[in-house]
Design a protein around this ligand. Structure first.
Ligand SMILES: *Cc1c(COP(=O)(O)O)cnc(C)c1O
Length: 453
């Protein structure tokens, strides 16, 4: 199948969906889970999901077509992100819920529905830039959504087009793991729903987006040890741990460390469904009551759009070792037949050691510290700029398995730079008692038969 090869485990989605659903049940909340399709291009994942009760969040015309073709009926689809007219038209034509990203987009949608005599479209208004008097949040500006202070402008558009637009709720998506910021946003949405009611509009749902995260590293002590060692290396107090002394956001100035670590917090014990639970138990900064209770008391539906968290343990990337060589300065280089865009750990700041799959006996005892070079003729093409300590020395022809990479780290950024092919993907599934595989695009849920023993 060539190198790299993406391996998808579609069935794992079901456990992740069930874990999120359990949090809804625990808080006695109703609402939908929309998988953020952008986290992986796989068809197998989307089709497997179509066979469950979850929905899908699409952020482009092609993702919408993909979801419709995989078996999602329009009421299980939410369209988010900035949209062009073609995308808006297909949403309206099929009856998908549109999460409008701006006032202009809402107005364009109303015009399309009217011009083409389409049925009334269900819409959500995406808000951003929430202010909270209680906490100083240093809230970063977002490119997306209508500033909360301008909520009335988007509601004006909705009111002006009652035959075209049916407002079902308000939404936000913050690309942060900060609970206080999310709590303020959720409370801000509850305030926006109050404003809707005062105007006689009757939306009943809040969509809190994604960003629940994944716990990539179970051992918190390892993470502490690594980040301390990295700091020491930046200060020159120990041998470099990165290519060309890269500091991942840290730098030395007069014997002190400056900057901040720009890495994904690999050890995240409160992530995925547990993060949702934590958020719902968090007190609203102004109303001082748990956010989950406020949703329940108002009988609002809660919608979520997890991408990364729904794909936890749903796939890995295999790459073939082309060359292992020792440099004069003592560094060992492992050159792989894949590039930094095929396994975009570095772009996303996720540090995970690959698993070595030996095809023959290991070339020597470990551990061995190596740098992983990609196959592009670019100085920057390192799979990770970090020195990776493998348990044993690989040889040419061995494979490295980059595990838990289905969410964003598999094909999100893959390109055909240098005419290098984009890696193929296969789906692995159980059929009766046996493991089987097929091309990702050939997978349909009927292939998976539930074991009856
Ligand atoms: C990217 C995105 C998501 C998913 O985010 P994750 O961090 O993968 O959970 C959800 N909603 C919107 C609008 C997004 O842009």
């Amino acid at each position: 199948m060539g190198s790299p090869l993406g391996v998808i485990l579609p069935h794992r989605l079901r456990d992740n969906i069930a874990a999120f659903r359990a949090v809804f049940d625990e808080h006695r909340l109703s609402g939908e889970m929309y998988y953020a399709h952008k986290a992986n291009r796989s068809s197998a994942l989307v089709r497997e999901l179509a066979a469950t009760d979850a929905g899908i969040d699409v952020a482009s015309l092609a993702e919408l077509q993909h979801a419709l073709g995989a078996g999602f009926v329009p009421h299980r689809i939410m369209a988010t992100g900035p949209k062009n007219e073609e995308f808006l038209w297909l949403c309206a034509r099929t009856g998908v819920t549109v999460g409008a990203d701006s006032v202009g987009e809402m107005a364009t949608l109303a015009r399309l529905v009217t011009d083409w005599s389409l049925p009334r479209v269900r819409v959500m208004a995406r808000l951003s830039g929430f202010a909270s008097s209680g906490v100083r949040l240093g809230s970063r500006r977002s490119r997306f959504g209508v500033p909360a202070a301008e909520t009335s402008e988007i509601l004006d558009v909705v009111e002006k087009h009652p035959d075209a637009l049916d407002l079902v709720g308000v939404a936000f998506h913050l690309d942060t793991i900060g609970l206080p910021e999310k709590a303020a946003a959720l409370e801000g949405c509850l305030g926006a729903l109050d404003e809707c009611r005062r105007r006689g509009l009757r939306p009943w749902s809040v969509d809190i987006g994604g960003g629940f995260g994944v716990d990539y590293l179970a051992d918190g002590v390892q993470w502490e040890r690594y980040t301390s060692a990295l700091t020491e290396a930046v200060l020159g107090r120990r041998a470099p741990l990165t290519w060309n002394g890269h500091g991942y956001g840290l730098r030395a100035e007069g014997g002190h460390v400056r900057g901040s670590l720009s890495l994904y917090p690999a050890h995240r014990p409160v992530s995925g469904p547990a993060y949702l639970d934590r958020l719902l138990r968090t007190l609203a900064p102004e109303l001082r009551r748990p956010l989950g209770t406020l949703l329940l008391d108002n009988m609002y539906d809660l919608h979520i759009e997890p991408g990364r968290a729904l794909l936890d343990q749903c796939g890995l990337v295999l790459a073939r070792v082309l060359e292992v060589r020792d440099e004069a300065d003592g560094d060992t280089i492992v050159r792989l037949d894949c590039n930094a865009r095929d396994v975009s750990l570095e772009e996303h700041g996720v540090l995970m050691d690959p698993v070595v799959v030996h095809r023959t006996t290991p070339a020597g005892p470990g551990p061995v510290g190596v740098y992983l070079f990609g196959n592009l003729c670019l100085e920057a093409d390192l799979i990770t700029r970090r020195k990776v300590f493998l348990p044993s020395r690989p040889r040419t022809g061995d494979l490295l398995a980059f595990v838990n990479t289905a969410g964003y780290l598999m094909d999100f950024s893959a390109t055909q730079a240098l005419h290098q092919p984009i890696g193929r993907k296969v789906a692995l599934y159980r059929d009766g008692g046996a493991w089987r595989w097929c091309l990702d695009e050939q997978y349909w849920p009927v292939h998976h038969r539930v074991e009856t023993t």
